[in-house]
Structures are given as C-alpha cells and as structure tokens.
Design a protein around this ligand. Structure first.
Ligand code: HEC
Length: 176
C-alpha cells in the first residue's frame, strides 16, 4: 500500500473515532413506536380481536381502493391477496398471502406495519385483527365468525406452512 493511502486510512480511522455531532439518541417513545415486530409464534401480538365480518368493513373503507373487491388485486399495480392455493408447484404459481406465506402472524405484522400503503401503521389493533381475519377468510383458511386474537392467530395453520425447506448447500448452516 502506498504511503498516501496509508495516511488516508489513518486519517479516516481517526475521524471515525470522533463523534460527528449529528443526530440524537432516540427517546423511549420513539423506540417503542418502532418496536412492533411480531414473531411467527405470536410473540409481540398486541391485545385486541376481530372477525372477518368486522374486517370486511375495514377492507372496504381502507384497502379495496388498491387491492380490489375480494382482495383480487389489480394486475401490474397491486398484489392479489387471495387465491393460488395449490398452484405453487405448477407451471403458473400464484403467490399470495394465502397460497405462499407460512404464518398468519406475518400477515398481521405486514398489515400492521406497512398498510394502508399510503398511510401505514394507522390501524388500531382491533382493525388489524379483523382485516387479517377477513383476508384469511377470503382464502378459505378461517371461518367468517372465527375470532382472531393473540391466542388464536398463531394457531392458524397456513396452507404453505411446511412448503419452505432449509437450504441444503453444505456451506449454509440453515436449520429448522
Ligand atoms: C394505496 C394502495 C394500497 C392500499 C390502500 C393498501 N395496500 Fe396493501 N399493498 C399495496 C402495495 C403496493 C403492496 C405491495 C408492496 C408491499 O407489500 O409493501 C401491498 C401489499 C399488501 C400485502 C402483502 C401482499 C403480498 O403478497 O406480498 C398485504 C397483506 C396487504 N397489502 C394488505 C392490505 C390491507 C389489509 C390494506 C387495508 C388496511 C391495504 N393493504 C391497503 C398497496 C395498498
């Protein structure tokens, strides 16, 4: 390495060791607001409940504009949220939350953190439970009046629950 490069490296190391005087520590409220991860086993699910009957109302006011009637989606623009169950191993796989996603709790997490797409994370927990129940109902996974809450949602068995396999390449230490 040239002497010039070495001194650049030394200078960069020195500068990095100094505080930059930018930013500030996040407040506990800000950390809590970001701390919304829900694990497959339901860890992190908030209190609350909802059924597909209630979820249909939420869907019609907040989601249908993009995801279309019955969650069919709008090709080329917004993903379908229903259908495709049993299609994954065919020549034309249709991946939806119903056909592809392994955990119902992840559906809740995604809606809770990212939807409605244009104003994310505004739905109260009851609405998220309800609209999750509605999407599961549209996919034939739960009953119309089945209550989704922190206990029942993790017990829902998604059709593709066992469709994911650990990567068998020897240098990847993936385990289930
Ligand atoms: C302004 C348009 C818009 C609205 C309103 C909207 N979505 Fe979405 N949605 C999207 C887009 C774009 C994506 C794909 C990108 C992503 O997943 O973030 C998506 C993805 C999703 C997915 C994941 C689909 C997949 O297979 O990856 C779910 C579930 C979902 N939306 C549910 C909802 C629900 C429930 C509502 C109402 C509370 C809602 N969305 C409202 C635009 C919208």
């Amino acid at each position: 390495m040239s002497r010039f490069l070495l001194s650049c490296l030394a200078l960069a190391t020195l500068l990095n060791a100094q505080p930059h005087g930018l930013g500030r520590p996040a407040t506990p409220e800000e950390v809590r607001a970001m701390d919304i991860t829900i694990l497959p086993d339901g860890t992190g699910l908030p209190a609350g409940k909802g059924t597909a009957v209630q979820g249909e109302v939420v869907f019609k006011s907040r989601c249908v504009v993009c995801h279309n009637e019955g969650g069919q989606g709008r090709p080329g623009a917004y993903p379908a949220l229903v259908g495709g169950i049993g299609s994954l191993a065919t020549a034309k796989p249709k991946k939806t939350v119903g056909s592809y996603w392994p955990y119902a709790t992840t559906v809740f997490d995604h809606i809770n953190r990212a939807m409605p797409f244009n104003t994310p994370h505004i739905l109260p927990p009851n609405d998220v439970y309800a609209v999750t129940a509605y999407i599961l109902f549209l996919n034939g996974i739960v009953q119309r009046n089945e209550e989704m809450n922190a206990q029942t949602l993790p017990k829902v068995v998604m059709p593709n629950r066992d469709g994911f396999v650990p990567d068998s390449r020897p240098d990847i230490k993936a385990k289930r």
